[in-house]
Write a protein that binds this ligand. Structure first.
Ligand code: NAD
Ligand code: GLY
Length: 364
């Protein structure tokens, strides 16, 4: 079993990764069962596909399960109220550890509920989508969406433990697996060109669900994220902001497609990453060759790398207007993640938005 620590002093926590880990869940989280009981929150799809396996791994522990609808709509005030009311009904106390069993939607919602319930309860992440296993379950960003946009209401609240079983990905739809893969590639592009080389060689194995390749991709990604979170937990120094590579362009594409199934979050990040590299090349910051290599790898992994593949046919000014609603705006300026090459991402604070709009018009 691989064990990675997120080093945050007395809030440090372990991330355990092993295929088949669900079967040993009681060994790792059994001690969190206050009075012999654990509360597990899952969406309907994950509950149907994977809850029996988790329950078998928690044999001997009484389980209370809270099952919510699947989909981004669950990160809402209404579902937060439903969840917290139910947790209060169940008598959950601050010393309890609520178990978030699902993708990024359940992880973000349960983490936020845990941060406010009784002024802060503990929680455990058992991520079941590739995106959640390599990104959202680690680092303590929790949130729901508001009418004005995604993730606008939330808190930093670190989990007590993250249990990652790559075997649960067997039931994840292939499109969701590909979308999560975009976040894997991101770690190489940020600061490790050798990992991007690894993705070029082994990406097909990851997408085919090869257990060894999946475990390696997850462990590498999580180690990268754990290191960055330990350095800049609250995204104040600019280091954690690097994890948002592709997200500013991607956010505009998601907004334009109505945050719908037309374009999944990871697909938007993939296209946004290809755009960030091509924009960097257009600005003379990075070679055309590196930008082409990034776009090619994403495209051959079945991810969108152009506006048309992302189903977006909108002028640059409209897309830039979506970006301006991003919560990362600082004093009227929008920081952009650009690249000097593969593995050399940096935060640019003085990007001319009119230049971005012209570039996007050229991409149409
Ligand atoms: P999701 O939770 O909606 O999961 C995607 C779909 O896959 C859902 O239909 C779900 O039911 C299904 N699913 C998940 N695991 C499955 C399994 N093992 N078998 C069968 N079906 C399964 O979405 P996601 O892509 O996991 O996460 C996206 C969310 O994560 C967004 O809300 C995004 O804002 C958030 N996010 C948060 C962070 C963070 O740091 N907190 C980082 C990235 C993304
Ligand atoms: N997913 C970006 C972050 O956790 O900071």
């Amino acid at each position: 079993m691989k064990e990675i620590t997120v080093g945050l002093g007395d809030r440090s926590y372990p991330i355990l990764i092993e295929s088949g880990l669900l079967a040993q869940a009681s060994t790792h989280i059994g001690r969190f069962a206050r009075g012999g009981r654990l509360v597990i929150v899952a969406d309907e799809t994950v509950a149907a596909a994977q809850l029996p396996a988790l329950a078998a791994g928690l044999d001997g522990i009484a389980l209370e399960t809270i099952i919510l609808p699947a989909g981004e709509g669950t990160k809402s005030w209404a579902m937060l109220e439903r969840l917290t009311d139910r947790l209060i009904d169940l008598g959950v106390e601050r010393s309890d550890r609520i178990v978030a069993f699902g993708g990024g939607v359940i992880g973000d919602l349960v983490g936020f509920a845990a941060s406010i319930l009784k002024r802060g309860c503990g929680f455990v992440q058992i991520p079941t989508s590739l995106l959640a296993q390599v990104d959202s379950s680690v680092g303590g960003k929790t949130a729901i969406n508001s009418a004005a946009g995604k993730n606008l209401v939330g808190a930093f609240h670190q989990p007590d433990m993250v249990l990652i079983d790559p075997a649960v990905l067997a039931t994840l739809p292939p499109r969701e697996l590909r979308a999560g893969y975009a976040e894997v590639v991101k770690y190489g592009l940020i600061d490790d060109a050798a990992f991007f080389d690894w993705c070029e060689t082994h990406g097909d194995d990851v997408l085919a669900g090869d257990p060894a390749a999946l475990t390696e991709a997850i462990a590498y990604s999580v180690a990268s994220k754990a290191r960055i979170v330990a350095e800049d937990e609250r995204e104040t120094s600019g280091r954690r902001a690097l994890l948002n590579l592709g997200h500013t362009f991607g956010h505009a594409l998601e907004a334009e497609t109505g945050f719908s199934d037309v374009l999944l979050h990871g697909e938007a990040v993939a296209c946004g990453t290809a755009l960030a590299f091509r924009f960097s090349a257009a600005q003379g910051l990075c070679s055309e060759e590196d930008a082409a290599r990034v776009g090619f790898h994403l495209a051959r992994s079945g991810l969108p790398s152009t506006l048309s593949e992302a189903h977006v046919d909108t002028d640059g000014a409209t897309l830039v207007a979506h970006m301006a609603h991003d919560k990362k705006m600082e004093g009227g300026k929008l920081p952009f993640l650009l690249a000097r090459g593969i593995g050399q991402t940096f935060l640019a604070k003085d990007v001319d938005l009119a230049e971005v709009a012209r570039f996007l018009d050229g991409e149409r």
